[in-house]
Ligand binder design. Structure first.
Ligand code: GLN
Length: 196
């Protein structure tokens, strides 16, 4: 199994560390040809406007969409969640037109630019230490989307088949459980992708 972490900007090393702890072989990817042989991809947090711009500049949009079409799981955290959303408030065109969610950026307000909270995340943990930094939240989800976690009525983690997202930063803790959940998604997808 080989998982890539999109290394255009943001918390790349931290994701690599936790994915390795969860048992995956991990590479940082920047170029289209490096995406081709991946079994899964993580899009980290950072600044979605910057990541989106670089992604287009480096011609990575189509190759990432292709990964998804091939049934390879994609996990977006924070800015990465914004990257994979079909609809983002005040953004005319989605970065990657993938997950059936409506997202609001920097959505927790100025006085709460960053904070920590213990979250219950379905299928992952009863209590997960979540770090929020200028975080987005999900306002609405489409039919095929399963809500995994909510805080103050705001959706902050969700899954749609082979797409996974979190509004917070699981890579900034030592808790490997969210990454282990994604590694398991990739493992399952490899079995069914081979069977196809
Ligand atoms: N506010 C950032 C954005 O809109 C996301 C913040 C983060 O990834 N920590 O892209």
């Amino acid at each position: 199994m080989k998982i890539g972490v999109l290394a255009l900007q943001g918390a790349v090393r931290e994701h690599i560390r936790l994915l390795e702890l969860a048992g995956a072989k991990v590479v940082a990817v920047k170029r289209a040809d490096e995406l081709a042989d991946l079994d899964g991809l993580v899009i980290p947090g950072g600044e979605s406007t910057t990541i989106g711009k670089l992604m287009r500049q480096y011609g990575l949009r189509e190759p990432i969409m292709r990964l998804h079409e091939q049934g390879k799981p994609i996990f977006g955290t924070c800015a990465g969640l914004i990257m994979i959303a079909k609809r983002v408030e005040n953004l005319d065109e989605p970065h990657l037109d993938l997950m059936d969610i409506d997202v609001k950026r920097n959505a927790f307000g100025r006085q709460r630019e960053s904070f920590e909270a213990d979250l219950a995340i379905k299928g992952v943990a009863d209590v997960f230490p979540a770090v929020f930094i200028r975080a987005p939240y999900i306002e609405k989800v489409g039919e095929g989307v399963e809500v995994l976690s909510v805080i103050e009525d705001k959706i902050v983690a969700a899954r749609q088949d082979r797409l996974l997202c979190a509004a917070f930063h699981p890579e900034l803790t030592d808790d490997v459980r969210f990454h282990a959940y994604f590694v398991e998604m990739v493992r399952e997808s490899m079995i069914t992708n081979v069977a196809k």
